[in-house]
Design a protein around this ligand. Structure first.
Ligand code: GTP
Ligand code: SPV
Ligand code: MN
Length: 596
């Protein structure tokens, strides 16, 4: 009956899209090998091959894909939410009416898969035996996307079983179309559990299980269901030298450190971290009154530049690990043609700059171009099963109980290295006020500070004011509320990062654990509770006293500017903004001695 359900849907799509073949993807080892063969033989828009085989002895099972040079990041201004009521969609999203969506998409979809294969991919987001388990089916005419979906999600039998039980599934329709930038649309229909994405083949635009389904549709669903949340968060397990375990989630905007913190190799002896997820967390209120978290994905789609054994040794181990059924794809990295291995800026010392180098577009690269050889948003797609520090709890259908939620973003100034908020309401308000510098993960200007509440601005499927209210409400319903922390690894002095970051971030996590178990007292400031400098374990770091004070400083002038920007952002939401936020703004101003 369920196969019928999918088949009927596939039939109706086939008559619209007109593929020459339909291939059902089961995610099995043999079929993936077949898909890889297809991709290695295929021309990508007549310009280059879809996939290049790399030297397997360095990165096992590794392949390189070059996307269209105009299609290298998420495209927020072509991303839409369709709803009858624009108010539900909110000023944080691009709204489309159902009619507009139909008339924009229908002409593009008609015959779009002519002379192409349509891949039908049934998959589950969330542990298949968990309360979350969302069965989905994506169709695509990109074999690269089909292989990527097998790495990033749980493809196959479980999905079919769940669809049979459920009688329905989330639908993803993806076609490369002509890769015409003007006709690129990533359109979400939260009321119909559907996403349609056309004219892009890249990352979050095309792997629909990721941002489209697991954040935009899922956040809407969670809000409607009133018991769960879909968040742009990593999940880690922290084990103290005494063997006590704490679970944290952390939300940083795109390309701002989630994958790195998720796989952190602790710089502190005796302190261990294990990974549960690096990008998306689904959270729910459990019967025991705690907030639990689960990673709905099954792979990492990580930023390559900057990744090395110096910064992220556990990711290098993951990429060099063998023994998974899934290949590893590198997208838009550079290539060392002599050794057939990928290369990116920051890979030194693992692989020093090779004598000759092909850039991410396939041209011979030379340093005097002044441009990076790998695209700044070049990425690897790798199964989470390859990760040597994967927590066994990743396979626990219950998820893990969260003790602390961390928020952060790139800020050269204003935001201290770490602080804890006074309580849940203050935490929600502060997360809602977050600003961060933009990165190469999305098209547009890079390095501009914009408000990115909860690091969800590009990913929330409904009105952000309603989301703020929902977060406040969740706090009221929790018996044991996680503590809410803020971090900033990116504060600068004279153009240089003050904090060493990466493995050393463990020192900050340690302080959080000591706030949770009551060992650290902290110091109250205008913005929250900061560590007393003596409470931060900085032994062995080359940081001057002046630098520590700078990292922990709260500057009134900088905050006056910050508060103005927060108020101006909040004004977008008018009366929909929770009343609690006006009180929080007044209190914040009062603590700074600013007139209210
Ligand atoms: P998305 O996959 O886009 O959601 O990104 P992400 O949040 O997982 O970011 P990721 O960990 O991939 O980091 C992005 C960039 O930030 C990389 O180039 C890292 O080298 C850099 N980065 C990560 N952590 C730190 C840190 O602690 N300090 C500094 N200075 N840079 C960091
Ligand atoms: C992000 O941009 O936050 C990513 C990459 O994780 S993408 O899948 O392209 O959204
Ligand atoms: Mn992300």
């Amino acid at each position: 009956m369920c196969a019928d359900l999918i088949e009927r849907w596939v039939d109706s799509l086939s008559s619209e899209l007109r593929p020459s073949r339909v291939t059902w993807v089961d995610g099995g080892r043999e079929q993936i090998q077949e898909l890889l063969r297809v991709a290695l033989d295929e021309n990508f828009f007549g310009e280059r091959k879809t996939l290049y085989e790399l030297r397997q002895s360095y990165f096992p099972d590794a392949f390189l894909h070059r996307s269209h040079p105009d299609d290298v990041a998420r495209t927020e201004n072509r991303t839409f939410i369709v709803h009858n009521n624009p108010k539900v969609v909110g000023p944080n999203n691009n709204w489309m009416s159902p009619d507009q969506a139909r008339s924009a998409l229908e002409p593009i979809l008609r015959g779009a898969m002519k002379n192409r294969t349509m891949y039908v991919i049934p998959f589950v987001m969330g542990h298949p035996d968990s309360v979350f388990a969302q069965p989905c089916v994506q169709i695509t005419d990109s074999v690269y996307v089909a292989i990527s979906m097998c790495i990033m999600t749980r493809v196959g039998e479980d999905a079919i079983r769940l669809i049979r039980g459920n009688g329905g599934f989330i639908k993803g329709i993806h076609t490369l179309g002509e890769l015409d930038k003007q006709k690129k649309y990533i359109v979400h229909f939260p009321e119909e559990d559907t996403v349609i994405s056309v004219n892009s083949g890249y990352g979050g635009n095309a792997l629909l299980g990721k941002k489209c389904i697991s954040l935009r549709l899922a956040s809407y669903k969670g809000w409607n269901d009133r018991w769960w949340l879909a968040e742009h968060m990593l999940i880690i397990e922290v084990e103290t030298p005494e063997g006590e375990k704490f679970y944290f989630t952390a939300a940083f905007p795109s390309a701002s450190g989630k994958t790195n913190l998720a796989l952190i190799e602790s710089a502190l002896p005796g302190w261990k971290v294990r990974t549960l997820g690096d990008d998306i967390a689904w959270l729910y209120i459990s019967d025991d009154g705690r907030l639990y978290a689960m990673n709905p994905e099954a792979g990492f789609f990580g930023v390559a530049p900057g990744t090395s054994s110096k910064t992220n040794p556990n990711m290098m181990r993951t990429l060099r690990n063998s023994g998974s059924d899934f290949p590893t794809l590198f997208t838009n990295t550079a290539l060392d043609p002599e050794n057939q291995i990928p290369w990116w800026e920051g890979l030194d010392p693992d692989i020093p700059l090779p004598k000759t180098l092909i850039d991410w577009m396939g041209n011979i690269w030379s340093p005097d171009t002044g441009k990076p050889a790998a695209h700044p948003n070049s990425r690897f797609t790798v199964s989470i099963r390859r990760c040597p520090i994967l927590s066994p709890e990743y396979d626990n259908p219950r998820g893990v109980p969260i003790s602390g939620i961390i928020f952060g973003g790139r800020r050269s100034d204003t935001i201290p290295l770490v602080f804890e908020t006074f309580d849940w309401e203050h935490g929600v308000f502060t997360a809602a006020s977050m600003g961060a510098e933009t990165t190469a993960a999305a098209e547009g200007e890079i390095g501009r500070v914009r408000r990115d509440p909860f690091s969800m601005l590009p990913f929330l499927g409904y009105n952000m004011a309603f989301y703020f209210r929902y977060w406040l409400d969740i706090g009221k319903r929790l018996k044991h509320r996680p503590k809410i922390f803020f971090v900033n690894w990116f504060r600068k002095d004279g153009g240089r990062f003050i904090w060493p970051g990466f493995g050393e971030n463990m020192r900050v996590i340690k302080w959080m654990v000591e706030r949770i178990n009551g060992k650290a007292k902290g110091v109250e400031t205008e913005v929250g509770i900061l560590p007393d400098p003596s409470e931060l374990d900085i032994g062995g770091l080359e940081l001057s006293k002046k630098e520590i004070l700078k990292l922990l400083s709260v500057d009134k002038k900088e905050w006056e500017k910050e508060i103005k920007e927060i108020e101006s952002f909040f004004s977008l939401f008018g009366d929909d903004l929770p009343g609690e936020f006006s009180r929080q703004i007044i209190n914040l101003k009062k603590r700074f001695g600013i007139k209210v």
